[in-house]
Design a protein around this ligand. Structure first.
Ligand SMILES: NC(=O)c1ccc[n+]([C@@H]2O[C@H](COP(=O)([O-])OP(=O)(O)OC[C@H]3O[C@@H](n4cnc5c(N)ncnc54)[C@H](OP(=O)(O)O)[C@@H]3O)[C@@H](O)[C@H]2O)c1
Length: 243
């Protein structure tokens, strides 16, 4: 088995890759823009699990490189983990459209740009799984995070549609909706509902693949919490400032 991690320095992506290496003896490709860090992560994974781990340069914002990047991969992966993402400061993004745009370009357009050639290949082969890491933030727009949330809501719906499209071919799409996971992306934050441990997130992602799930929340309580957040009537939400 071969697993491609897009955003190969993502701590959640690496935690999931680690599960595939340990439990499936999967070989791994870490694709990222920061090659020095990626090479180091590749050495750690390979030493720990005795699988082959290689690296490829990949920038989610360099849309024109995405199709050639995927075309030249040989062999093609069985599992693709879409793990890259940015979380820019909401208040700064309200003032600086370049930051807002960077969030939307990276999390939504970058994802669509690289997943289209991958989806077409999996569809042709009738085999393989795309695991897209979106976010619970996309479940409901709130003042504290709506630009990031919009990018993730778009990604969640995109993945829903891709799953529907690929289903008859035998290729699969899994949507992952993490709550807070303690990675560098959210360093210094103190979330109201606590953190889902990194290892739990990795295990939940692997188990979703193993069990053929379509859409999962990471961490046992997140599904319930987000059902409650979605159920808050709009007139009440407008008066709540702390979510
Ligand atoms: N941690 C959480 O609480 C949480 C919650 C919900 C959803 N998520 C989502 O989970 C995914 C993984 O995040 P994480 O928590 O593992 O954070 P992370 O460790 O910061 O990983 C995100 C990775 O995305 C990469 N990236 C950003 N822009 C890129 C680009 N243009 N091209 C290639 N790579 C790029 C970064 O690469 P560099 O190292 O090169 O900068 C970074 O390593 C993200 O989509 C995030 O939105 C995270």
């Amino acid at each position: 088995m071969l697993v491609l991690v897009l955003g190969g320095n993502s701590e959640i992506g690496l935690a999931a890759a680690e599960q595939f290496a340990r439990k499936e003896r999967a070989d791994i490709i870490l694709a990222s823009r920061n090659m020095e860090k990626t090479e180091e992560q590749a050495r750690v994974l390979a030493d720990r699990h005795g699988v082959s781990v290689r690296t490829e340069p990949f920038d989610a914002l360099a849309f024109e490189t995405h199709r050639p990047f995927y075309e030249k991969l040989d062999p093609k992966p069985d599992v693709v983990i879409l793990a890259f993402g940015v979380l820019n400061n909401q208040k700064e993004a309200q003032k600086d459209f370049q930051l807002a745009r960077n969030t939307l370009d990276s999390n939504l357009l970058g994802a669509a740009s690289i997943l289209e050639p991958i989806a077409a290949d999996l569809e042709d082969r009738g085999h393989g799984t795309i695991i897209g890491i979106s976010s619970v933030a996309g479940d409901r727009g709130r003042q504290s995070s709506y630009i990031y949330a919009a990018s993730k809501a778009g990604l969640t719906v995109y993945l829903d549609g891709l799953r529907h499209r690929l289903w008859p071919s035998g290729a699969r799409v899994i949507t992952v909706l993490p709550g807070f996971v303690p990675t560098k992306m959210v360093a210094g934050r103190n979330p109201k509902f606590g953190f889902t441990p990194l290892e739990t997130a990795g295990r939940d992602i692997y188990n979703a693949w193993k069990k053929g799930r379509h859409k999962i929340y990471t961490g046992a309580k997140m599904r319930l919490i987000m059902a409650l957040v979605r159920a808050v009537p709009e007139f009440l939400l407008l008066r709540m400032r702390n979510i």
